[in-house]
Design a protein around this ligand. Structure first.
Ligand code: NAD
Length: 467
């Protein structure tokens, strides 16, 4: 199989309760993350500096990607600065009464990167490593993703600096309602529509929808997506991101003259995205040989029984307790000799420090920003193709868009219509990206970003936002 488009140098119901399973894990520990926040700020739009030797932050990666594409599109300084900046950044500090009677103050954010193409859209993350720069990066990627899959949304993201596994259900509800109230000044079905992300789920969205509806005095289902079906959610949303990842892998393999039948797959992350991707890969005939969560993973070269691993995780909270496979660490999983590697956990997992050890033929990015720009260049040099996050995990926001449309029209689709429509949108986006990659002899990531940024620029210009 040949995945490469001979790039030039461009370095510049499945498990819908995956998160409750996650919470059951309750393993402590904050994930390692380079504290590059200040470095990222001073890096401005120039992208990452490798002076410190630490892995680039998500924001540095996002800025470096934008800068590389801005070079290819010959953008002037003014437009670069406009696209690099987030339109609106809200930071909130709010009190929550804990079960023991103490009051804790939490910090959260809602950032809207760009709304030239429509209302802002993006998830809400509950994670101890959430900070303003991470949210900025994730908001920028949402702008590009929505433009790439050609849905009428801009990009946003939000989050609260908290480990949700340390909170009771009551504390989580109080935190969510207070946070929703704080950000309600910028949120609304025609302004900015949140959805679940790491550490949040359909229940979180139900509390947000209810809180904002209480403030306005009537029910507003379209204020969030990814909510439970009885209050205006859509069938197929919980599985959409994972399903889309498997479909994009299938397209990439087919384009390279291969087949997904029998292809081996290693997946990092066993939450909403990773677990549903694993089930979808299996349904398409691929062999999922490794799965992990933050506690570690399991490997079975003959193929895992994905559902059995999920059931085990449901019981003990950890994939690695599954007895019929070999235990492996997350770093080991990233280096397995497989056809397809799917990083589906958090950002910054494939870095300059481990990219030369990746042995997969194809990387399909389930998570947002799992590959740093430096690692991207190494993978490219080694002939390893990458289906970038803004394409690979776009199925989630596409079905969120369908949910929003259904909420407005008060008319709900069946599962076949949702799945078929999502797959059609993603396959169309893949064809556009692959065609551009071939025409310009660039990577899929560069082609995807060129398409997305061009669409945002077009909207900016037509609206007269930027002369
Ligand atoms: P989740 O909270 O449901 O699951 C995250 C998984 O990653 C868990 O299994 C967790 O244990 C694991 N994990 C966390 N830190 C890890 C680490 N350091 N090493 C290994 N595993 C680790 O979150 P999710 O909704 O599945 O989101 C995963 C990624 O996909 C995120 O980057 C998110 O932004 C992105 N994404 C999510 C959606 C969606 O619809 N939920 C859509 C597009 C992109």
């Amino acid at each position: 199989m040949n995945f490469s488009a001979t790039p030039i140098n461009t370095s510049g119901s499945m498990l819908t309760n995956a998160r409750s399973v996650e919470k059951a894990a309750h393993t402590s520990g904050k994930e390692e993350r380079g504290s590059m926040v200040m470095a990222a700020r001073v890096a401005s739009i120039k992208g990452p500096s490798s002076l410190t030797g630490s892995p680039a932050s998500a924001y540095q990666t996002a800025l470096a990607q934008l800068n590389a594409v801005a070079d290819l599109l010959n953008l002037g300084k003014g437009l670069r600065e406009h696209l690099a900046a987030c339109k609106r950044e809200l930071a909130v500090h709010f009190p929550v009464r804990m079960d023991d009677g103490q009051v804790r103050t939490f910090t959260g954010y809602r950032v809207q990167h760009n709304v030239a193409r429509g209302p802002a859209k993006g998830g809400i993350r509950y994670h101890p490593a959430v900070d303003l720069d991470e949210v900025r990066a994730l908001a920028m990627w949402m702008t590009w993703k929505c433009a790439l899959v050609n849905i009428p949304f801009g990009g946003a993201k939000g989050g609260v600096e908290v480990d949700p596994r340390e909170l009771s259900q009551g504390e989580l509800e109080r935190l969510t309602r207070r946070f929703a109230t704080e950000i309600s000044v910028v949120v609304g079905p025609e302004a900015d529509i949140p959805a679940p992300d790491v550490g949040t789920d359909a229940q979180t969205m139900a509390w947000m929808m209810d809180t904002i509806s209480m403030h306005r005095g009537y029910s507003i289902p379209g204020v969030v997506t990814g909510k439970p079906i009885p209050i205006g959610g859509t069938v197929g949303r919980a599985e959409a991101t994972g399903r889309g990842i498997a479909v994009m892998a299938q397209e990439a393999l087919a384009q390279a003259g291969g087949s997904i039948q029998g292809a081996t797959v290693a997946i990092q992350g066993c939450g909403n995205v990773g677990y549903n991707a694993a089930l979808s890969f299996q349904a398409l005939g691929a062999k999922v040989v490794a799965l992990s969560d933050r506690s570690g993973g399991v490997y079975r070269p003959e193929g895992l029984d994905v559902k059995a691993v999920g059931d085990c995780k449901g019981e003990t909270g950890r994939c690695c307790d599954y007895a019929k496979a070999t235990s492996i660490s997350n770093p080991e999983l990233l280096q397995l000799p497989v056809d397809i590697l799917v990083p589906a956990a958090i950002e910054g997992q494939i870095t300059a420090l481990n990219a030369d050890k990746v042995r997969a033929k194809l990387v399909v990015e389930g998570a947002n920003g799992p590959t740093t720009s430096e690692a991207d260049a190494i993978l490219q040099e080694r002939g390893i193709s990458v289906v970038p996050d803004i394409l690979a995990n776009g199925g989630g926001v596409v079905v969120s868009y369908f949910e929003w449309v259904q909420d407005f029209s008060r008319y709900f689709w069946d599962l076949a219509q949702v799945n078929q429509s999502m797959e059609r949108v993603l396959r169309q986006a893949f064809v556009e990206v692959a065609t551009r990659a071939q025409e310009h002899r660039v990577t899929f990531r560069t082609a995807a970003l060129m398409t997305a940024v061009s669409r945002v620029l077009e909207a900016i210009k037509i609206r007269g936002v930027y002369p």
